[in-house]
Design a protein around this ligand. Structure first.
Ligand code: NAD
Length: 285
């Protein structure tokens, strides 16, 4: 029963909120990482649903095709272009930004790609730590570094970086040290971009609790084993136990927040974090 609550859903047209915004036109490009799956795919679709041209990147090329197929099935206003690449590789990052900038005026960057690894600190493989750091912290910085000059080149010189953080960027769970450290760091990166952006180049982060994506379903069994509890207990006690809203978020709920942050509604959101965690980190029974 509980398992059904974490089945990754498919994005529908009705799920995508459209925001009237002068910047949301086909001339403007939104680069989305992790766009082959989960939150990244939903963000690419929400950006296309808002009329933007989307540069969708991921290491999973077949998954990117699935995102483009969904764009076409839903007949969304914006087109999605696939730019496969590995974000742990600097040459790939450089090619991704160059290709995205060739599609129009690069104005928005959504850093979404991520991965998880569960092990206690004394057993945590350092090569896995390094890979996660490269993917979830260094790549967002390098992408931002390369995108910012393109933002400045646009007509109004404005642009925005949205970073996918997590409740793990606020407080931590055991056995996820690389993830915790990356998400805390990503909030620091967000504030650093804001500090230098003079209000023209904005940045924000999004921190959610557990969202129904393959990243979460993939860790159910391992977390159950690690903690010596059942999978249903992982969902009910570990993932939703401290949340007042006892329903897991869907990828498109997060995608809509990216578009809100990118839009004019987000013009005073600069360095801030959208903590959408159903009360998980700030309340206590
Ligand atoms: P997901 O596994 O569905 O998607 C992650 C994507 O990142 C995949 O498509 C994967 O191929 C891609 N990726 C992995 N390594 C890559 C690499 N080296 N280069 C390029 N792409 C790579 O996961 P998701 O749940 O959609 O997670 C997306 C982001 O949201 C992550 O940063 C995650 O930490 C964050 N997040 C997820 C949740 C959740 O509960 N699902 C909650 C808070 C934050």
């Amino acid at each position: 029963m509980a398992r059904a609550h974490v089945t990754p859903p498919t994005v529908t047209r009705e799920d995508i909120h459209t925001i009237p915004d002068d910047g949301f036109t086909a001339r403007n490009v939104c680069l989305v990482t992790g766009a082959a799956s989960g939150i990244g795919r939903a963000t690419a679709l929400a950006a296309a649903g808002n009329g933007l041209t989307v540069a969708a990147t991921d290491v999973d090329e077949a998954g990117l095709e699935g995102t483009i197929d969904r764009d076409e099935e839903l007949d969304l206003e914006g087109t999605i272009e696939s730019i496969p690449g590995d974000l742990t590789d600097d040459a790939d990052i450089e090619r991704i930004v160059e290709t995205a900038a060739g599609l129009g005026d690069l104005k928005y960057l959504a850093n979404v790609a991520g991965m998880q690894h569960i092990d206690p600190i004394d057993e945590f493989p350092m090569e896995t730590y390094d890979r996660m750091h490269r993917l979830m912290l260094r790549a967002p910085l390098y992408l931002a570094k390369l995108c910012i000059p393109h933002f400045r080149e646009t007509e109004d010189g404005e642009g925005c970086v949205g970073n996918m953080a997590s409740i793990h960027g606020h407080y931590v769970t055991s056995d996820k040290v690389a993830y915790n450290v990356s998400k805390f760091g990503l909030r620091g990166l967000t504030q650093s971009i804001a500090a230098e952006g003079e209000g023209l180049i904005r940045a924000f982060s999004i921190s959610t609790g557990y969202v129904k994506t393959p990243l979460v379903t993939a860790q159910l069994e391992e977390t159950a084993e690690q903690r010596g509890i059942s999978v249903d207990e992982v969902i009910e006690d570990v993932m939703l136990g401290q949340s007042r809203v006892t329903e897991m978020m869907e990828p498109v709920d997060v995608a809509n927040l990216f578009l809100l942050g990118f839009s004019d509604l987000g013009r005073h959101l600069d360095g801030g974090d959208l903590l959408f965690d159903g009360g998980m980190t700030l309340t206590y029974e």
